[in-house]
Design a protein around this ligand. Structure first.
Ligand SMILES: [Zn+2]
Length: 220
């Protein structure tokens, strides 16, 4: 996991940051209605938000702590809270991509983008300055992310998500889920946040551009 190990944050500040980011994402509409989620890799393991709770009210004490092998360390059995349903998907992304944080977003622009053409298996953007916000991506080259089909339960996405990770387009840092949202990652929490903002922007831009009347040819 190329060098991430040495710079992993301690559990306490990462827990504070995780809760602060959930409040930001709630305000952006990415994790309202108790949906969405966030996980951060820390020294010795991972922090994961609980499932089915108001994400904007999660405190550091509510977070689940997993060890390096994704076994739950705390809270101990008997708690009322359930760990995020996204956990197997976070695990797949951590293992395959060496990510430092993973966001599960229900961003409306991303969901809209996945519904524009049900036959498309990719979202694609080109010649947009904002693409440069994705690590490794550059203007004016195309940038693509896969779309996988939704399933009745979040955890059932794992197989198709793992298949998508195996043939990920260059520099892609997200997998969109049709009718649902996206999983977005980065080297650390702040890079994952930046990537989530950029993908939200790109999808929003594409939607707004689609509302523009077609440009008339000069002199027509
Ligand atoms: Zn979801």
């Amino acid at each position: 996991l190329d060098g991430i190990g040495e710079s992993l944050p301690d559990r306490a500040p990462a827990g504070e940051l995780l809760c602060e980011l959930l409040r930001c994402f709630y305000a952006l509409g990415w994790c309202t209605g108790t949906g969405g989620g966030l996980s951060i890799r820390v020294q010795g393991g991972y922090l994961v938000a609980p499932s089915g709770v108001a994400k904007e009210r999660v405190c550091p004490e509510d977070l689940f702590v997993l060890d390096e092998t994704f076994e739950t360390v705390s809270p101990l059995a008997g708690t009322r809270q359930q760990i995020s349903e996204c956990t197997p998907l976070f695990e797949a992304i951590y293992r395959r991509q060496g990510a430092g944080a993973v966001i599960h977003s229900h961003s409306i622009p991303i969901v809209l983008a996945t519904r524009r053409d049900r036959n498309r298996r990719l979202l694609r953007w080109q010649s947009l300055e904002m693409i440069k916000g994705i690590r490794g991506a550059s203007y004016p080259h195309p940038h693509e992310i896969p779309i996988i089909e939704n399933t009745p339960r979040e955890s059932e996405l794992r197989e198709s998500l793992e298949a998508a990770l195996q043939s990920l387009p260059d520099h892609a840092h997200a997998i969109a889920v049709r009718d649902h949202g996206a999983y977005i990652w980065g080297r650390d929490a702040m890079e994952a946040k930046r990537h989530a903002e950029v993908y939200d922007w790109l999808c929003r831009f594409q939607y707004e551009e689609s509302l523009e009347p077609p440009h008339r040819e000069e002199g027509a």
